[in-house]
Design a protein around this ligand. Structure first.
Ligand SMILES: [Fe+2]
Ligand SMILES: [Fe+2]
Ligand SMILES: [Fe+2]
Length: 407
């Protein structure tokens, strides 16, 4: 994999993942980041550029991984358990050195200014955290206004938001509220917040910071994203990590080169990332899915590709992840690919995914014994759905595969 400079692409991609958690209210992080960026014209926080404030806004809710939790965050003004997702977010960012600057902002982005002041962190981090908290609450107020006035424009929420903010005593560092009031007098401030404009607006921004994303950092990012998927539903806990380990093992033993094996492991970590957009009640449903729920479930490979392919070094990972439910006879999804249209790496991932899913203990059923797993996989191979060459290897190494799948 080529190292490249991709701080912006990577940050926007992670932001897309976080935003997938909000179902009716997507783009929350983007709005918070955009508004913080706009306020930067009217305030100065030493050591934090407008770009830093934007990035902090984009990443602030990285620890939110359930749509129920997200709903609480936008519908309630203050919520006693809000510090939980802050602490989760900090744990995720600690693995990525190029985001360390934002750790205290994420940790304290729901802390009231009067509680923030005595803390032993830099003034700049306190002010940046307070700004993100303010923007976050502005977005919650905007959500509430539009929920009550569904046909109205965001710009008409201005008065409602200003009035409500003036009643929140001690919540925010006061100069930040003034900066927001100034920034929000501009009409275009509100137009850019609209869904159709916001992604394009952010995509066109130039970021100054650049990083080199090698395989090690790529894997660290993948682990963060995988944690978001796994945390969303206890039913899929550790599934992604074990699929990655199993896919790596099979690829390595079948003599793919090391870099490809590593990429395939990462694809395993990320193959179900599109599930972030599936409502919790569908993911957790025990009975059969109805037609609408099935479509929601079947689009997760497609969504994975859409999320991942924006970062150049994730292109192939995105492709394989997208194809992990394709079958050689064309009966899979989402592209109904056939035979040679499905690369060898995707075929490995498909088998690793099925193997792990069957071998994993779920709350509603026990772990399936290895002979039963092999029986199901063999039937799929006989029906022409999965690769027989890979299956021959898995057959010969079923105990090793079982151990990796259930680690
Ligand atoms: Fe938050
Ligand atoms: Fe938030
Ligand atoms: Fe899947």
């Amino acid at each position: 994999m080529q190292a490249n400079h991709c701080f912006k692409d990577l940050t926007l991609m992670i932001s897309d993942v976080i935003d997938q958690v909000g179902l009716d209210d997507t783009q929350h992080g983007k709005r918070v980041g955009y508004m913080a960026w706009q306020c930067a014209d009217h305030l100065e926080i030493e050591g934090f550029t407008a770009e830093d404030l934007l990035v902090a806004g984009l990443l602030h809710d990285i620890g939110v991984s359930s749509s129920r939790e997200h709903e609480l965050l936008v519908t309630l003004m203050d919520w006693e358990k809000s510090s939980f997702h802050c602490a989760e977010g900090v744990k995720l960012l600690e693995n990525l050195p190029f985001y360390h600057k934002y750790i205290d902002v994420v940790r304290y982005h729901h802390t009231h200014w009067d509680k923030l002041q005595p803390l032993p962190i830099s003034n700049s981090s306190k002010q940046a955290a307070s700004l993100i908290f303010l923007m976050d609450r502005v977005d919650a107020l905007l959500f509430q206004y539009l929920a009550q006035n569904p046909d109205d424009e965001a710009i008409h929420a201005r008065e409602f938001i200003h009035t409500n903010l003036s009643q929140l005593d001690g919540f925010f560092y006061p100069p930040l509220v003034e900066a927001f009031v100034k920034a929000s007098t501009i009409d275009a401030f509100w137009f850019n917040l609209e869904k159709s404009h916001l992604s394009r607006y952010l995509q066109h921004l130039d970021f100054e910071k650049s990083i080199t994303l090698d395989l090690v950092s790529t894997e660290a990012v993948a682990l963060i994203l995988a944690a978001a998927v796994d945390a969303k539903s206890p039913f899929t806990a550790e599934h992604s990590l074990n699929v990655g380990a199993l896919a790596y093992y099979i690829a390595k033993q079948l003599e793919l080169d090391e870099a490809r094996c590593q990429q395939l492991k990462i694809a395993g970590y990320l193959h179900d990332i599109g599930k972030l957009h599936i409502p919790d009640n569908i993911l957790e449903k025990e009975g059969p899915l109805n037609a609408k729920e099935t479509v929601a479930m079947h689009r997760h490979g497609f969504e994975a590709q859409d999320i991942l392919e924006r970062v150049t070094s994730f292109k192939e990972i995105a492709l394989w992840a997208c194809q992990h439910h394709e079958f050689l006879d064309g009966s899979g999804y989402p592209y109904q690919l056939k035979g040679d249209q499905i690369p060898f790496e995707s075929r490995i991932l498909t088998i690793a995914d099925i193997f792990q899913a069957l071998a994993q203990k779920r709350p509603y059923r026990d772990s399936m014994p290895v002979n039963q797993v092999m029986q199901i996989l063999t039937e799929l191979a006989e029906q022409g759905k999965i690769d027989t060459q890979i299956m021959a290897f898995v057959q010969d190494h079923q105990q090793q595969c079982w151990q990796l799948a259930t680690a």
